[in-house]
Design a protein around this ligand. Structure first.
Ligand code: FES
Length: 110
């Protein structure tokens, strides 16, 4: 797909993906995460991007992408948070490493 074709596709799909992320059900709980695993979980009625490090340290982040607000997905193969809307990617601890986002995911206290 050409760059223009990719941009058109992302623009058309953005509203759909934005809403899907808001209403997608979570099937994991924060207590069920194994070391090295991440997932979108609900804590106190709010979605949280939770990652449990290989050493067992829990990292909790806002799942809202800092580009235009879609909800990120956990990529278990690469251990990253990937945004389905325009392709931003974040390390498991929330640091952005591929744009268009230029900011890290916000840390949240639970
Ligand atoms: S909303 Fe655009 S990359 Fe996430």
């Amino acid at each position: 797909m050409t760059d223009i074709g990719k941009q058109v596709s992302q623009s058309v799909l953005y509203p759909k993906r934005f809403l899907e992320g808001r209403f997608k059900k979570t099937n994991k709980t924060i207590d069920s995460l194994k070391n090295g695993e991440g997932a979108i979980v609900e804590v106190g009625g709010k979605k949280v991007a939770a990652f449990k490090s290989e050493q067992g340290k829990m990292v909790t982040l806002s799942p809202v992408c800092k580009h235009l607000g879609c909800v990120v997905d956990w990529n278990g193969k690469e251990k990253t948070w990937d945004c389905p809307c325009h392709g931003s990617r974040y390390k498991a601890e929330g640091a952005v490493f591929r744009g268009p986002s230029k900011k890290n995911l916000d840390k949240v206290e639970i």
